[in-house]
Design a protein around this ligand. Structure first.
Ligand code: 0O2
Length: 214
């Protein structure tokens, strides 16, 4: 409630939110085309599904407070990198890097930062591959490079993260130790499941190739 009223200029807030929404649309469209092309060439969809969201004003303010920055439109654009979020959910861990490479080779997307929480999970057990990119949004009076955070993770990682996120918010970051421990154990199970599913899929593909040869 305190949130939007604090911003100096509601008009610029609206314009900025319009930019983020447009940037999400552009990135989503590009990813759908890549997925369709992959299906066309390899008869396989690396993306299981896509989720998008614009961060809520409350959540933006919370992040600025966490960073100890004054609440202003300028600071939010500068410091809050995940206002526009696109989440790519895939079946196998191998799809994560396949998608990351496909995104990296899009010449109109600039990669600002990569955080590979798949190779280096967070202490919570969180695994995901984050790409902070900027995408040009063309308006009637010019172009604006707009930041979008792309998170790439498997269905299993996403399942874990959505539950952990709820628990984190429920306890405001101070979950009882045994709950955090059990969540980390679940994260290990998720990793084992992802490994097994990947090797099983590889076996299935090898069998199909073998049958095709016969
Ligand atoms: P929401 O509700 O998804 O918007 P930070 O490290 O948070 O100060 P930064 O640099 O943006 O800021 O971090 P990062 O790690 O690149 O991305 C933060 C986002 O990743 C989070 O957004 C979550 O979506 C996700 N994330 C990161 N760590 C965890 C974790 O331990 N558990 C879960 N479930 N998700 C995580 P927000 O803002 O937290 O929330």
């Amino acid at each position: 409630e305190q949130t939007i009223k604090n911003y100096e200029d509601v008009d610029s807030w609206k314009t900025i939110m319009f930019l983020y929404t447009s940037a999400i649309k552009t990135v989503e469209m590009k990813l759908e085309i890549l997925n369709d092309e992959f299906q066309h060439v390899h008869q396989y969809n690396p993306i299981e599904h896509i989720k998008t969201r614009v961060k809520t004003p409350e959540s933006i303010v919370k992040k600025l407070r966490k960073y100890e920055k004054e609440i202003s439109v300028e600071n939010m654009v500068k410091y809050v990198n995940d206002i526009a979020g696109v989440r790519l959910i895939c079946s196998f861990t191998s799809d994560i890097y396949r998608l990351a490479n496909m995104i990296a080779s899009q010449t109109d997307l600039k990669i600002i930062e990569i955080k590979d929480y798949n190779k280096s999970p967070k202490d919570s057990g969180y695994k995901s591959y984050h790409m902070l990119v900027s995408v040009p949004v063309y308006l009637s009076d010019g172009m604006v490079d707009t930041k979008v955070e792309i998170q790439i993770r498997t269905i299993a990682m996403d399942f874990w993260a959505s539950l952990e996120h709820k628990i984190y918010y429920k306890f405001e970051g101070n979950a009882p130790a045994h709950i955090s421990r059990e969540l980390r154990e679940c994260a290990d199970m998720v990793s084992t499941l992802d490994e097994k599913m990947l090797s099983l899929n590889e076996e299935i593909l090898a069998c199909s190739r073998e049958q095709e040869r016969k």
